[in-house]
Design a protein around this ligand. Structure first.
Ligand code: SAM
Length: 255
């Protein structure tokens, strides 16, 4: 197992208790809502309305609510996560909501499933930010059938370059180079140490999709709504009304 995977697993095992309440709330949502600011799915359309008969996987499923939403739309769902403690919540909530989901404890960079098992793959702040794109995107491509879609939502590169080196909330200064921001190590920062996150410049993402064999079908930049206030994870609403704090890629495995 790569070092960043073990570091991130330990980080998430340690954080799992803090994510139970959010998991319970999101499992109960009848309409999916996405990301830091809860953008309704009616605005983003990340999930097909009818997923009947689709084989789907959530990569880095955490408490499993995205898997739950897919199951409710008729999909056969697999959720993989490296944290046994996050999965314990996911399993409990799936049982409570009577959702039939296969949960696997494992690394989304190396999933023990045959090539071409899935029609649709998704990650909301799972593999999308905690796994090395060089590795997990190739793995997602392998797992998908030709024509299958991968949708992933995570931090926008702007949030990385505007984040102070000590872990304080992002602000209006460029603190980090845009070039070579591929892995950001939050383990030793002064304020709220975290794990190791990954991102790319736009050119970097596009180059990687092209190398792997993914065609870009959509790209969205998400802002905080005008009504938002305060700070979330650790993005100030006033910042996120002016700069995109999240991005969503939808890519298709070339048929
Ligand atoms: C913020 S959660 C995202 C899941 C869900 N959307 C949520 O918010 O609860 C991040 C998850 O990614 C998982 N994760 C981190 N690295 C992983 C890896 N290499 N393979 C699988 N899961 C991973 C963590 O264990 C954690 O449960």
């Amino acid at each position: 197992m790569a070092e960043h995977v073990a570091i991130n697993r330990d980080y998430w095992d340690g954080m799992a208790e803090d994510w139970v309440a959010a998991g319970e709330r999101l499992w109960a949502c009848t309409v999916p809502e996405w990301g830091n600011w809860g953008v309704p799915d009616s605005e983003l359309g990340l999930l097909p309305q009818d997923m009947a008969g689709m084989d789907t996987i959530e990569l880095g499923c955490g408490t499993g609510y995205v898997s739950g939403w897919m199951a409710r739309r008729g999909a056969r769902v697999t959720g993989i996560d490296v944290s046994s403690r996050q999965l314990a919540t996911a399993r409990r909530l799936a049982e409570q909501h009577r959702a039939d989901i296969e949960f696997i404890e494992g690394n989304a960079e190396a999933v023990e499933k045959p090539d071409g098992t899935f029609d649709f793959a998704i990650s909301e702040y799972g593999a999308a930010i905690w796994c090395d794109p060089e590795v997990w995107l190739r793995e997602a491509w392998r797992l998908l059938r030709p024509g299958g879609h991968l949708v992933f939502l995570g931090s926008h590169p702007m949030t990385i370059i505007c984040s102070p080196m000590n872990g304080a909330p992002c602000d209006f200064t460029l603190h980090r180079p845009y070039r070579d921001m591929d892995a950001v190590d939050w383990t030793a920062v002064e304020i709220e140490p975290g794990g190791i996150e990954f991102n790319r410049s736009f050119e970097g993402w596009l180059r990687l999709f092209g190398e792997i064999g993914f065609a870009v079908r959509d790209y969205r930049e998400l802002y905080a709504p005008e009504t938002a206030s305060g700070i979330r994870f650790p993005i100030p609403a006033e910042w996120a009304k002016r700069y995109p704090c999240e991005q969503v890629w939808r890519v298709e495995k070339a048929g």
